[in-house]
Design a protein around this ligand. Structure first.
Ligand code: FES
Ligand SMILES: [Fe+2]
Length: 424
């Protein structure tokens, strides 16, 4: 059992806390505010389930790396000399020092800054000075972390025995994503945003568009009726809904004609690796997240010859969403820092041959989601302040927030699994 757990003496209180949650309602305050639940989340959720960390476009060349931090953990996602992805614990096998500081870059080898033990990018110890005779370097490779690449998206699992539900999900979603060819993409921009709220509030906020009236830039192209049951679309969004229906019909026809996967598949709280995938239309020109809907990158991803393919979007529990357009892709990783602090890492990816300043402009490319992320960070901060107030009582999710409810269901089911797995 991991040492940070609040078990065994607190299992009863954990069970009580889980049971306290009223179905269809936001979570009791401690889930968002307490150190104990935060540590539990790191163990039971981020320590056991498939976490999105980066895409292959972030580590294109041998030696390219990015470090990923959450809770007390740091891992190195690196391309080795055989061009394979490796995910390694960022903990030296000598006396445990951090090897790489947080960030991204490129290295020949991984050299610990303390006594210079040196590892190849696949984690093998290749040099330890002044070792005694017979010292077996092969016993001191960096510890590996399980990972799985889905259409260029890298997911890791910190468990020694990772659940295998990612395999059937990969089979389902890869046909949607493969044509975007992330292996031939590069990073145009990456922005780390700290949200002053619990990671679950970040996720909850992402899983509904009930608040989307307050995203003016996003609303230029994203149909903000998303999530509403057809018969509950508010009167002021009826015209948006009509445009959505027309755009969806056009997109569907094109997808059928071209054999492009588009139909929604939603299994957010019915399996261990909860996910949702769908290609959906965009408003306006229908091509990209600009203010008019027109494409933002001249060179399209993969071998696309048509910019008007809407957005291919996926959610996975517990920390990921993305939007893939024909001209660029955006990935979002949510990484918990503290009970009331969360990192949201947004990465804009374009075709490797797209030239900045010629084929795209970074400010324009990132404008809509920079603004949207900042607006969302504000909402998350407001929510964190409110749930920390002693006056907070959980409130009901509206029908259009059913995916928030699905996220909470998934989360609580995983906590239950965790307790049942090892009831000691
Ligand atoms: S702790 Fe890394 S070389 Fe000593
Ligand atoms: Fe939002």
């Amino acid at each position: 059992m991991p040492p940070t757990m609040i078990r065994p003496q607190n299992d009863v209180s954990l069970r009580r806390l889980i049971d306290e949650r009223k179905p269809g309602h936001s979570l009791p305050a401690s889930f968002y505010t307490s150190d104990e639940v935060f540590n539990l989340d790191l163990d039971a959720i981020f320590g056991k389930h498939w976490i999105f960390v980066a895409s292959v476009a972030e580590i294109r060349e041998p030696g390219d790396y990015v470090t990923i931090e959450f809770g007390k953990t740091s891992v190195i996602v690196i391309r080795d000399d055989d061009e394979q992805v490796q995910v390694l614990h960022n903990v030296c096998r000598h006396r445990g020092a951090r090897i790489l500081l947080p960030g991204a870059g490129s290295v020949g080898n991984l050299v610990c800054g303390y006594h210079q033990w040196t590892y190849s990018p696949d984690g093998e110890l290749i040099y330890a000075s002044a070792a005694e005779e017979g010292f077996d370097k092969s016993c001191y490779s960096l510890r590996k972390v399980a990972f799985r690449v889905i259409s260029g998206l890298i997911f890791i699992n910190m468990s020694d025995e990772p659940n295998t539900d990612i395999d059937p999900v990969a089979e389902i979603v890869e046909p949607y994503f493969d044509a975007h060819q992330l292996g031939r993409a590069k990073v145009a921009k990456q922005i780390d945003l700290i949200e002053e709220g619990n990671w679950k509030l970040t996720l909850e906020n992402n899983r509904e568009c009930y608040h989307c009236d307050l995203h003016p830039e996003l609303g230029c192209t994203y149909f903000i009726t998303w999530g509403y049951p057809e018969d509950q679309i508010p009167p002021h969004l009826q015209d948006v809904h009509q445009r959505y229906l027309a755009a969806e019909a056009e997109l569907e026809e094109k997808c059928i004609e071209r054999g492009i996967h588009y139909k929604g598949n939603e299994q957010l709280d019915t399996r261990t690796f909860g996910f949702r995938v769908q290609r959906e239309a965009l408003d306006g020109e229908g091509e990209s997240y600009s203010l008019t809907g027109a494409k933002l990158v001249n060179k399209l991803l993969g071998d696309f010859d048509d910019a008007k393919l809407g957005r291919l979007s996926m959610h996975t529990q517990p920390n990921f969403w993305c939007h893939f357009m024909a001209d660029h892709a955006i990935t979002f990783a949510v990484l918990p820092i503290a009970p009331g602090r969360t990192l949201v890492r947004t990465t804009w990816l374009v075709h490797e041959d797209a030239v900045e300043g010629v084929d795209y402009n970074v400010d324009d490319l990132t404008h809509v989601w920079r603004e949207t992320n900042n607006q969302d960070a504000h909402f998350v901060e407001l929510a964190q302040k409110g749930v920390t107030d002693p006056a907070y009582v959980p409130g009901p999710y509206m029908p259009s927030e059913y995916q928030v409810n699905a996220f909470c269901n998934w989360y609580l089911d995983r906590l239950n699994d965790y307790i049942e797995e090892d009831p000691s």
